[in-house]
Design a protein around this ligand. Structure first.
Ligand code: ATP
Length: 266
Protein backbone atom coordinates (compact mmCIF):
# COMPACT_ATOMS: atom_id res chain seq x y z
CA UNK A 1 0.00 0.00 0.00
CA UNK A 2 1.33 3.38 -0.91
CA UNK A 3 -0.06 6.79 -0.08
CA UNK A 4 1.29 8.05 -3.38
CA UNK A 5 0.33 5.95 -6.35
CA UNK A 6 3.43 6.82 -8.31
CA UNK A 7 6.87 7.87 -7.15
CA UNK A 8 6.90 11.63 -6.79
CA UNK A 9 9.30 13.32 -9.19
CA UNK A 10 11.30 14.46 -6.20
CA UNK A 11 11.86 10.85 -5.16
CA UNK A 12 10.96 8.70 -2.20
CA UNK A 13 11.90 9.60 1.37
CA UNK A 14 11.18 6.18 2.86
CA UNK A 15 10.15 2.85 1.45
CA UNK A 16 9.21 -0.14 3.59
CA UNK A 17 8.67 -3.44 1.83
CA UNK A 18 7.21 -6.46 3.63
CA UNK A 19 8.65 -5.39 6.99
CA UNK A 20 7.99 -8.07 9.59
CA UNK A 21 9.05 -8.43 13.25
CA UNK A 22 7.98 -11.22 15.59
CA UNK A 23 8.59 -11.61 19.32
CA UNK A 24 8.26 -15.36 19.89
CA UNK A 25 4.85 -16.37 18.59
CA UNK A 26 3.59 -12.76 18.45
CA UNK A 27 4.04 -11.01 15.11
CA UNK A 28 4.16 -7.37 16.24
CA UNK A 29 4.70 -5.98 12.72
CA UNK A 30 3.41 -8.15 9.93
CA UNK A 31 4.34 -7.60 6.29
CA UNK A 32 4.11 -3.80 6.36
CA UNK A 33 4.83 -1.92 3.15
CA UNK A 34 4.72 1.85 2.80
CA UNK A 35 6.18 4.49 0.52
CA UNK A 36 6.47 8.12 1.58
CA UNK A 37 7.55 11.08 -0.55
CA UNK A 38 9.89 13.77 0.78
CA UNK A 39 7.90 16.16 2.96
CA UNK A 40 5.28 13.51 3.76
CA UNK A 41 2.93 14.18 6.65
CA UNK A 42 2.00 10.63 7.51
CA UNK A 43 0.36 9.20 10.64
CA UNK A 44 0.34 5.61 11.87
CA UNK A 45 -2.60 4.88 14.12
CA UNK A 46 -4.11 1.79 15.67
CA UNK A 47 -5.19 0.31 19.00
CA UNK A 48 -2.76 -0.36 21.85
CA UNK A 49 -0.40 -3.15 20.91
CA UNK A 50 -1.02 -2.70 17.16
CA UNK A 51 2.72 -2.51 16.49
CA UNK A 52 3.16 1.24 16.00
CA UNK A 53 6.16 1.73 18.28
CA UNK A 54 7.75 -1.48 17.03
CA UNK A 55 7.43 -0.12 13.50
CA UNK A 56 9.13 3.15 14.53
CA UNK A 57 11.88 1.12 16.25
CA UNK A 58 12.46 -0.81 13.03
CA UNK A 59 12.67 2.40 10.98
CA UNK A 60 14.96 4.11 13.51
CA UNK A 61 17.18 1.03 13.78
CA UNK A 62 16.78 0.30 17.49
CA UNK A 63 15.29 -3.01 16.35
CA UNK A 64 15.76 -5.08 13.20
CA UNK A 65 13.09 -6.73 11.07
CA UNK A 66 13.05 -10.49 10.60
CA UNK A 67 12.02 -9.91 7.00
CA UNK A 68 11.57 -7.05 4.60
CA UNK A 69 13.55 -3.97 3.66
CA UNK A 70 13.81 -0.34 4.76
CA UNK A 71 15.10 2.11 2.18
CA UNK A 72 15.81 5.71 3.19
CA UNK A 73 16.20 8.19 0.36
CA UNK A 74 17.26 5.40 -2.00
CA UNK A 75 19.76 3.76 0.41
CA UNK A 76 18.97 0.39 1.96
CA UNK A 77 19.36 0.88 5.74
CA UNK A 78 17.66 -2.37 6.82
CA UNK A 79 20.78 -3.66 8.55
CA UNK A 80 22.56 -0.42 9.44
CA UNK A 81 23.04 0.88 12.98
CA UNK A 82 20.94 3.55 14.67
CA UNK A 83 23.92 5.92 14.56
CA UNK A 84 24.30 5.49 10.80
CA UNK A 85 20.60 6.01 10.27
CA UNK A 86 20.77 9.11 12.39
CA UNK A 87 23.62 10.39 10.21
CA UNK A 88 21.53 9.51 7.18
CA UNK A 89 18.82 11.85 8.46
CA UNK A 90 16.44 9.91 10.71
CA UNK A 91 15.50 11.61 13.98
CA UNK A 92 13.03 10.56 16.58
CA UNK A 93 11.09 11.81 19.57
CA UNK A 94 10.09 9.33 22.23
CA UNK A 95 6.98 8.42 24.24
CA UNK A 96 9.13 9.16 27.30
CA UNK A 97 11.16 12.27 26.46
CA UNK A 98 14.92 11.67 26.61
CA UNK A 99 16.12 14.71 28.46
CA UNK A 100 19.33 15.08 30.50
CA UNK A 101 18.04 16.86 33.60
CA UNK A 102 21.45 18.05 34.85
CA UNK A 103 22.26 19.90 31.63
CA UNK A 104 20.66 23.15 30.54
CA UNK A 105 17.79 23.06 28.10
CA UNK A 106 20.03 24.63 25.45
CA UNK A 107 22.85 22.12 26.02
CA UNK A 108 20.39 19.25 25.56
CA UNK A 109 19.58 20.54 22.09
CA UNK A 110 23.21 21.29 21.19
CA UNK A 111 24.22 17.76 22.20
CA UNK A 112 21.33 16.21 20.29
CA UNK A 113 22.36 18.08 17.15
CA UNK A 114 25.98 17.06 17.28
CA UNK A 115 26.71 14.23 14.85
CA UNK A 116 27.01 10.79 16.46
CA UNK A 117 30.54 9.90 17.46
CA UNK A 118 31.79 13.44 16.91
CA UNK A 119 31.19 14.84 20.37
CA UNK A 120 34.81 14.41 21.51
CA UNK A 121 35.83 16.79 18.75
CA UNK A 122 33.07 19.28 19.61
CA UNK A 123 35.06 20.99 22.36
CA UNK A 124 37.97 21.57 20.01
CA UNK A 125 35.71 23.38 17.53
CA UNK A 126 34.32 26.37 19.41
CA UNK A 127 33.12 28.13 16.25
CA UNK A 128 31.08 25.07 15.28
CA UNK A 129 29.76 24.83 18.81
CA UNK A 130 28.64 28.49 18.72
CA UNK A 131 26.92 27.80 15.40
CA UNK A 132 25.15 24.81 16.94
CA UNK A 133 24.16 26.83 19.98
CA UNK A 134 22.62 29.49 17.72
CA UNK A 135 20.74 26.82 15.77
CA UNK A 136 19.64 25.20 19.04
CA UNK A 137 18.37 28.60 20.19
CA UNK A 138 16.12 28.85 17.13
CA UNK A 139 14.80 25.35 17.67
CA UNK A 140 13.99 26.29 21.27
CA UNK A 141 12.28 29.42 20.03
CA UNK A 142 10.21 27.30 17.64
CA UNK A 143 8.99 25.05 20.46
CA UNK A 144 8.31 27.96 22.82
CA UNK A 145 11.23 27.26 25.19
CA UNK A 146 13.50 30.22 24.41
CA UNK A 147 12.98 31.71 27.88
CA UNK A 148 13.98 28.42 29.50
CA UNK A 149 17.18 27.95 27.47
CA UNK A 150 19.48 28.32 30.48
CA UNK A 151 17.41 26.43 33.00
CA UNK A 152 18.51 22.97 34.07
CA UNK A 153 16.28 20.66 32.04
CA UNK A 154 15.13 19.03 35.29
CA UNK A 155 13.04 22.19 35.94
CA UNK A 156 10.82 21.60 32.93
CA UNK A 157 7.24 20.38 33.20
CA UNK A 158 6.15 17.24 31.36
CA UNK A 159 4.77 19.26 28.46
CA UNK A 160 7.95 21.32 28.25
CA UNK A 161 10.09 18.15 28.24
CA UNK A 162 8.11 16.90 25.29
CA UNK A 163 8.76 20.17 23.49
CA UNK A 164 12.46 19.91 24.36
CA UNK A 165 12.50 16.35 23.02
CA UNK A 166 11.07 17.70 19.76
CA UNK A 167 13.61 20.52 19.59
CA UNK A 168 16.34 17.92 20.15
CA UNK A 169 14.94 15.75 17.34
CA UNK A 170 14.95 18.78 15.02
CA UNK A 171 18.50 19.74 15.96
CA UNK A 172 20.03 17.09 13.70
CA UNK A 173 18.19 18.67 10.74
CA UNK A 174 16.56 15.36 9.84
CA UNK A 175 14.96 14.45 6.55
CA UNK A 176 12.75 11.87 8.27
CA UNK A 177 11.27 12.69 11.66
CA UNK A 178 9.60 9.95 13.70
CA UNK A 179 7.24 11.26 16.37
CA UNK A 180 6.03 8.74 18.94
CA UNK A 181 2.88 10.07 20.63
CA UNK A 182 4.08 13.68 20.99
CA UNK A 183 0.67 14.75 22.37
CA UNK A 184 0.56 12.14 25.15
CA UNK A 185 0.01 13.77 28.53
CA UNK A 186 -0.10 17.31 27.12
CA UNK A 187 -2.59 19.93 28.27
CA UNK A 188 -4.91 21.49 25.67
CA UNK A 189 -2.63 24.55 25.59
CA UNK A 190 0.44 22.38 25.00
CA UNK A 191 -1.40 20.51 22.23
CA UNK A 192 -2.17 23.86 20.57
CA UNK A 193 1.54 24.73 20.72
CA UNK A 194 2.44 21.30 19.39
CA UNK A 195 0.09 21.72 16.41
CA UNK A 196 1.61 25.12 15.63
CA UNK A 197 5.07 23.59 15.80
CA UNK A 198 4.08 20.64 13.59
CA UNK A 199 2.62 23.08 11.07
CA UNK A 200 5.90 24.97 10.98
CA UNK A 201 8.14 21.95 10.28
CA UNK A 202 10.15 22.44 7.10
CA UNK A 203 8.61 20.89 3.99
CA UNK A 204 11.92 19.12 3.32
CA UNK A 205 11.30 16.90 6.35
CA UNK A 206 9.10 13.81 5.97
CA UNK A 207 7.24 13.08 9.20
CA UNK A 208 5.75 9.87 10.56
CA UNK A 209 3.47 10.60 13.48
CA UNK A 210 2.26 7.86 15.84
CA UNK A 211 -0.55 9.37 17.82
CA UNK A 212 -3.67 8.38 19.74
CA UNK A 213 -5.18 11.90 19.67
CA UNK A 214 -7.29 11.68 16.56
CA UNK A 215 -7.67 15.49 16.39
CA UNK A 216 -3.90 15.85 16.15
CA UNK A 217 -3.81 13.24 13.38
CA UNK A 218 -6.69 14.89 11.52
CA UNK A 219 -5.02 18.30 11.81
CA UNK A 220 -1.53 17.26 10.80
CA UNK A 221 -1.50 14.16 8.61
CA UNK A 222 -2.18 14.11 4.90
CA UNK A 223 -2.04 10.33 4.77
CA UNK A 224 -2.66 7.67 7.39
CA UNK A 225 -1.81 4.02 7.85
CA UNK A 226 -4.04 2.09 10.22
CA UNK A 227 -2.39 -0.87 11.91
CA UNK A 228 -4.14 -3.63 13.84
CA UNK A 229 -2.35 -6.67 15.24
CA UNK A 230 0.73 -5.68 13.26
CA UNK A 231 -1.01 -5.63 9.89
CA UNK A 232 -1.97 -2.71 7.71
CA UNK A 233 -5.74 -2.30 7.57
CA UNK A 234 -5.61 0.66 5.24
CA UNK A 235 -3.27 3.38 3.98
CA UNK A 236 -5.12 6.31 2.49
CA UNK A 237 -5.57 10.08 2.58
CA UNK A 238 -6.44 11.07 6.15
CA UNK A 239 -10.19 11.68 5.76
CA UNK A 240 -10.66 8.42 3.90
CA UNK A 241 -8.55 6.42 6.37
CA UNK A 242 -10.31 7.82 9.45
CA UNK A 243 -13.72 7.10 7.90
CA UNK A 244 -12.79 3.57 6.88
CA UNK A 245 -15.17 1.02 8.47
CA UNK A 246 -12.29 -1.12 9.69
CA UNK A 247 -10.98 1.88 11.62
CA UNK A 248 -14.27 2.27 13.43
CA UNK A 249 -14.25 -1.40 14.40
CA UNK A 250 -10.58 -1.66 15.30
CA UNK A 251 -10.44 1.71 16.94
CA UNK A 252 -13.62 2.46 18.73
CA UNK A 253 -12.91 3.34 22.35
CA UNK A 254 -9.17 3.44 21.83
CA UNK A 255 -8.45 6.55 19.83
CA UNK A 256 -10.67 8.74 21.95
CA UNK A 257 -9.58 7.11 25.18
CA UNK A 258 -13.18 6.12 25.98
CA UNK A 259 -13.82 2.56 26.99
CA UNK A 260 -16.19 0.55 24.78
CA UNK A 261 -19.67 -0.04 26.14
CA UNK A 262 -19.44 -3.50 27.76
CA UNK A 263 -22.97 -4.37 26.57
CA UNK A 264 -22.63 -3.42 22.95
CA UNK A 265 -18.87 -3.53 22.62
CA UNK A 266 -19.14 -0.12 20.91
N1 ATP B 1 10.62 -6.34 23.02
C1 ATP B 1 9.45 -6.96 23.00
N2 ATP B 1 9.33 -8.24 23.40
C2 ATP B 1 8.14 -8.89 23.36
N3 ATP B 1 6.99 -8.33 22.91
C3 ATP B 1 7.05 -7.07 22.50
C4 ATP B 1 8.26 -6.31 22.51
N4 ATP B 1 8.00 -5.07 22.02
C5 ATP B 1 6.69 -5.05 21.72
N5 ATP B 1 6.13 -6.24 22.01
C6 ATP B 1 4.73 -6.60 21.79
O1 ATP B 1 4.44 -6.29 20.44
C7 ATP B 1 3.11 -5.78 20.30
C8 ATP B 1 3.16 -4.42 19.66
O2 ATP B 1 3.72 -3.51 20.60
P1 ATP B 1 3.91 -1.98 20.26
O3 ATP B 1 4.49 -1.34 21.49
O4 ATP B 1 4.64 -1.86 19.00
O5 ATP B 1 2.41 -1.50 20.06
P2 ATP B 1 1.83 -0.03 19.94
O6 ATP B 1 0.87 -0.05 18.81
O7 ATP B 1 2.94 0.94 19.90
O8 ATP B 1 1.06 0.10 21.31
P3 ATP B 1 0.77 1.41 22.21
O9 ATP B 1 -0.24 2.22 21.44
O10 ATP B 1 0.18 0.83 23.46
O11 ATP B 1 2.05 2.13 22.44
C9 ATP B 1 2.53 -5.76 21.73
O12 ATP B 1 1.77 -6.94 21.90
C10 ATP B 1 3.75 -5.76 22.60
O13 ATP B 1 3.48 -6.36 23.86
Amino acid sequence: MTPTTTAAPTGTALELTGVTRAFGSLTAVDDVSLRLPPGARHAVIGPNGAGKTTLLNLIAGTDRPDRGSIVLGGADVTRTSTARRSRAGIARSFQQPTVIGALTVLDNVVLAGWPHGGLGAAWRRPARLRERAAAAGSHLEAVGLADAAHWPASRLSHGQRRMLDLAAALAGEPRLLLLDEPAAGLTDGDIGRLLTLLDSLPQSVAVILVEHHVEVVAHFARTVTVLAAGRVLVTAPTGEALAHPSVRDAYRGTVTGTAPDPKTGR
